[in-house]
Design a binder for this molecule. Structure first.
Ligand code: SF4
Length: 480
């Protein structure tokens, strides 16, 4: 169907307008309703539907939004499951084997597959009957009845599409140019639509989160966010993930009713079972409030999707949440902690702190909307905020601690040290204690991307006649 079609025509030609519209319907209905509301022939032309599917994958890749990918993957998988149910046994085997992910054999009214394929396919369906031990394995083969195979295929397709698989070579060869070129062409054509899709996803997540009073999703670690996305996308979360979500939220003072309502927004919610689990884990019925597992445990049970830079500095997901709350501290406490992180002394530098705060007052993180754009080399000589574009030349996160005077405790500060580069000039920066900002800066460093920042210079006295001007990163300017 794609023969002779180039990307430009697919994206712009009037002839493919219907296919483009179907692509967007596919994505929009997946994101908002969890279904693919695209009618087959004769309402829609078959070629348009197939091309629409291809365009939807391109838009999805350009949108770069994992939650959207997960919603769409589940909707596509549910649609495929419906079609598979209407196939004959022989055709079902052919389709499953043609997908090339697992391979099945049909004999005596039963579908057989290798236990390795089964474990791979059912890895996220770990409860009850899905466990290998409850399925029965004979000589390395697992035997499934037709409805079970079809349900398993929903899972196989969902997982496959969640990884945004590459197109087959024949299709890839059709489109010239690097992946980045392709992505930017698609992003340009569908800018508004992608914005709209991201908005629908945010709304859907916000709907689920509004059950949770003072809980702030922006402070949650990747393990919580990704499991929540899975939950929302209808993944049957394995027990360790449910246990983690429940204990994590209970530790942050969310009551079991709120946690229940969060689980209730998932498509295959079973009230009595979930209520039993949540109330038991949160201590309402068991009398024991279980604590949230440490990172080590979450890694070994497969709940952790892989650490980000902040994760590498902490050992517990609750510490992650606490570090991310740094910007909520009072400005006096914040200023003291930033200065401690900047001065980096082995002993509490009472005198230097006093001298610096006398000169600086408090670090000010507010700035006017019409902040002037400047080169970093000019901004360093101003007394106000500037918007600059720069590269991050160096970034390192670490934990600094110092004994507090007259107290039997230490101040623990998780800080991000970094500096900026503009041409050949490097600019030292005040370490960040706000990791919401630090994570974006680290990403720009990792990807060697330019970053737009609001900065303000401050003169810091490090003692021993060492006085230097450093930039304070006040905020990140989001790309419009
Ligand atoms: S390292 Fe810890 S906090 Fe980070 S994602 Fe993994 S489990 Fe969560």
């Amino acid at each position: 169907m794609l023969e002779g079609i180039d990307l430009q025509s697919l994206l712009e030609d009037y002839f493919y307008a219907e296919a483009r519209a179907l692509a967007i319907t596919r994505l929009e209905t997946s994101a908002s309703l969890g279904i693919i509301d695209v009618e087959g022939p004769p309402t829609n032309d078959e070629t348009d539907i197939v091309l629409g599917y291809l365009i939807s994958r391109l838009v999805l890749a350009a949108a770069d939004n994992q939650a959207l990918v997960n919603y769409v993957a589940l909707s596509e998988a549910l649609r495929a499951e419906r079609f598979l149910s209407s196939e004959t046994d022989e055709d079902l085997v052919n389709i499953v084997n043609n997908l090339g992910i697992i391979s099945v054999e049909f004999r005596n009214d039963i579908f057989n597959l290798n236990f390795i394929d089964y474990v791979k396919a059912a890895s996220k369906l770990r409860e009850g009957n899905w466990k290998l031990a409850n399925r029965g394995v004979s000589e390395g083969i697992v035997s499934l009845e037709r409805p079970v195979l079809i349900r398993l295929m929903r899972e196989v397709i969902r997982q496959h599409l969640e990884e945004l698989p590459e197109a087959p070579t024949e299709i890839k060869d059709q489109f010239e140019g690097t992946l980045d070129d392709l992505k930017s062409k698609i992003s340009k054509t569908f800018t508004e639509r992608i914005g709209g899709l991201n908005h629908v996803v945010n709304e859907r997540q916000a709907e689920a989160m509004k059950e949770l009073g003072r809980f702030d999703l922006a402070k949650a670690p990747p393990c919580f966010n990704l499991n929540l996305i899975d939950l929302q996308a209808g993944v049957n979360l394995p027990h360790p993930s449910r246990f983690f979500i429940t204990t994590f939220l209970s530790s942050l003072n969310q009551d079991s009713e709120s946690v229940m309502r969060l689980f209730a927004t998932a498509p295959d919610f079973k009230e009595s079972f979930t209520r039993y689990q949540v109330e038991h884990i949160s201590g309402k019925t068991s009398g024991t409030q279980y604590s949230a597992p440490k990172c080590d445990t979450l890694v070994s049970t497969g709940v952790c999707p892989g650490p980000n830079t902040l994760c590498r500095l902490i050992k517990h997901p609750l510490s992650y949440y606490r570090v991310m709350a740094e910007s909520e501290k009072s400005s006096t406490v914040r200023t003291e902690r930033i200065l401690l992180a900047t001065l980096n002394k082995e002993e509490y530098p009472s005198k230097l702190l006093e001298e610096n705060t006398e000169k600086i007052g408090k670090f000010d993180f507010s700035y006017p909307s019409n902040v002037a754009e400047r080169k970093a080399s000019a901004a360093i000589n101003e007394n106000e905020c500037s918007k600059i574009k720069a590269k991050i030349n160096y970034f390192r996160g670490n934990v600094y601690s110092v004994d507090l005077p007259n107290e039997e405790r230490k101040a623990w500060i998780t800080k991000a040290s970094f500096n900026l580069k503009e041409g050949n000039n490097e600019f030292e920066c005040i370490p960040l204690t706000d990791w919401k900002l630090a994570l974006s800066i680290e990403e720009a460093f990792r990807k060697s991307k330019d970053i737009d920042l609001i900065v303000k210079p401050y003169e810091i006295n490090f003692g021993d006649n060492d006085v230097r001007k450093l930039f304070l990163a006040v905020d990140l300017v989001e790309a419009s």
